[in-house]
Design a protein around this ligand. Structure first.
Ligand SMILES: Cc1cc2nc3c(=O)[nH]c(=O)nc-3n(C[C@H](O)[C@H](O)[C@H](O)COP(=O)(O)OP(=O)(O)OC[C@H]3O[C@@H](n4cnc5c(N)ncnc54)[C@H](O)[C@@H]3O)c2cc1C
Length: 357
């Protein structure tokens, strides 16, 4: 896997030290939040969250190949820590591998239309009182707190601000949602008292902080999708090389070789697009539309690749302990979170119309 990554990013991204460091690591655990936290801690892995989109992307490809759960915990923690960092919040020091963070933007009335948040932070003497509900908050059931985006004093979307909210404060209810291996919940804020230091950045800076963070992480969703697709492909090669039907190995059947060729082509396309985009991003030459294109196409292609690889496993592919079945479940939400495929397509379409009108 490292050999493939080295081949993909050499000459495009300067991450040679990182790749050789990964070579020496034990593989990250596929399950267990505590085991994953220990692994992050032992290898000081979360420090990579402060790096640029190139390093983040390579780290996510590596993690997702071995453990989609570790990758998702890592990325969501990063959404939280990066927002605290960009907002110069002293609460960044609260976070660690054992004290995970979450990022709470989505609400029942504010999904794709993220600016429509209605959670409210009322100004009071010495701070704020936060009320409302956030839905689809990844990491929430295992986090020590979240960055929450809320209007201030019931103002308009221009008043939306970011707040650090510790989950041991009075008035917090975290409800776990069942989304397979993905750790996620909704969070109720029942008149939660926050002191002034909870404000991250300034009043009204919430949406720009959110979009700044999401802008860094969006292409890395594509990198994670590629890690999963690479793993599925390796699993399919392994399976078809070992399983025989009609007196020969599956990989010796011509129509299955053609299927593998189709899958391989999609994988190479996704990787080319992703690393080209990340290279431009690191060099300050990418547009929002470039990044949206990469997130959209890499996650869509990865879904097709993993589906094809599962099909090559026959019935074994749908069993719960099969790696391809786990990948099949893990890839699906990537076409939805951090902006759905349709929203990325809209961004790309608008950029085309603007450029060619
Ligand atoms: C597993 C998972 C983890 C998540 N983690 C987090 C998290 O940690 N923090 C967080 O804040 N949020 C999180 N989310 C929420 C995620 O960002 C939203 O689900 C996503 O933005 C879509 O919003 P929605 O679900 O309300 O769908 P809707 O916005 O209701 O969209 C429904 C459908 O309509 C389409 N649609 C909507 N508007 C348009 C339009 N203008 N043009 C074309 N199509 C449109 C969408 O593409 C989609 O297909 C997570 C979601 C999932 C599934």
């Amino acid at each position: 896997m490292i050999a493939q990554l080295t081949h993909d990013v050499s000459g495009i991204l300067s991450v040679d030290n990182l790749l050789s460091e990964f070579e020496s690591l034990p593989t990250p655990p596929r399950s267990g939040v505590s085991e994953i936290s220990t692994w992050f801690e032992d290898h000081r892995f979360l420090r990579l969250l402060e790096a640029d989109a190139g390093t983040l992307s390579v780290a996510r490809t590596y993690l997702a190949y071995h453990s989609p759960l570790a990758d998702s915990i890592f990325a969501v923690h990063g959404l939280c820590s990066r927002t605290l960092q960009n907002g110069n919040s002293r609460h960044l020091a609260t976070l660690s591998a054992r004290s995970l963070g979450a990022f709470a933007l989505t609400e029942s009335g504010a999904g794709s239309d993220a600016r429509a948040v209605s959670c409210n932070a009322q100004t009071v003497d010495g701070g704020y009182v936060l009320t409302g509900t956030k839905s689809f908050v990844s990491n929430a059931p295992v986090a020590v707190g979240c960055v929450c985006f809320a209007q201030v004093d019931g103002g308009s979307s221009s008043s939306v601000s970011a707040f650090w909210v510790p989950f041991d404060a009075n008035g917090i209810e975290v409800e776990e949602l069942d989304a397979g291996d993905h750790i996620i919940g909704s969070v109720n804020f029942l008149s939660v008292e926050l002191d002034e230091s909870s404000l991250v950045g300034g009043v009204g800076q919430g949406m720009s902080l959110a979009f700044e963070t999401l802008g860094v992480f969006r292409a890395t969703v594509g990198a994670s999708a590629i890690g999963m697709a690479m793993r599925a492909f390796d699993e399919a090669i392994n399976h078809t090389s070992n399983r025989s039907q009609f007196g020969k190995k599956l990989i010796a059947i011509e129509s299955l070789q053609n299927e593998l060729a189709e899958i391989f082509a999609k994988l190479e396309l996704a990787k080319s697009l992703l690393w080209r985009t990340v290279h431009r991003q690191v060099n300050g030459k990418s547009t929002a539309s470039d990044v949206s294109l990469a997130k959209w196409q890499c996650t869509e292609l990865a879904q097709q690749i993993i589906d094809g690889c599962l099909q090559l496993h026959g019935g074994l592919g749908i069993l719960e302990d099969s790696v391809v079945q786990q990948l099949y479940l893990a890839i699906r939400p990537q076409r939805i979170y951090e902006g759905t495929s349709e929203i990325q397509r809209r961004i790309v379409g608008r950029a085309i119309a603007k450029r060619f009108k």
